[in-house]
Design a protein around this ligand. Sequence first.
Ligand code: SF4
Ligand code: SF4
Length: 128
Amino acid sequence: MARSRPALSGEGNMSAPSIAEFNDPGFKRLINQCIHCGLCLPACPTYAVNGAEMDAPRGRIALMRAAAQGRVGLEDLRSEFAQHIDLCLSCQACQTACPSGVNYSALIETTKLAIEHHRRLRNYLKIS
Ligand code: SF4
Ligand code: SF4
């Protein structure tokens, strides 16, 4: 059975710090190309193994959409949000299968870079 989307710490919290990478208009435009059809799911190896929507391209794009809408806080970059993104193999099988031409590789790389950027910043500032 598919797991539901994890709760996000910034959800409903208008004072959650915004994460610059997710505010980019180009990032938001790419996300909006996804029409949620799910035709990419059978192509995704992590979905085949875990069977969880959040470990499939459509679910990961839903997480990115939440981030673009400011519903992902810095804490989420250390928790379930990051785990689902980190698990993506960046194999691009979903991009090939997508009828809507979603540039998934640009989306996942932007998201992984944002997570890594904040990990490094936290380490540099020695924030636990
Ligand atoms: S890049 Fe590969 S592992 Fe990642 S969501 Fe697409 S098909 Fe799945
Ligand atoms: S196939 Fe493309 S449009 Fe359909 S859910 Fe997957 S990424 Fe979105």
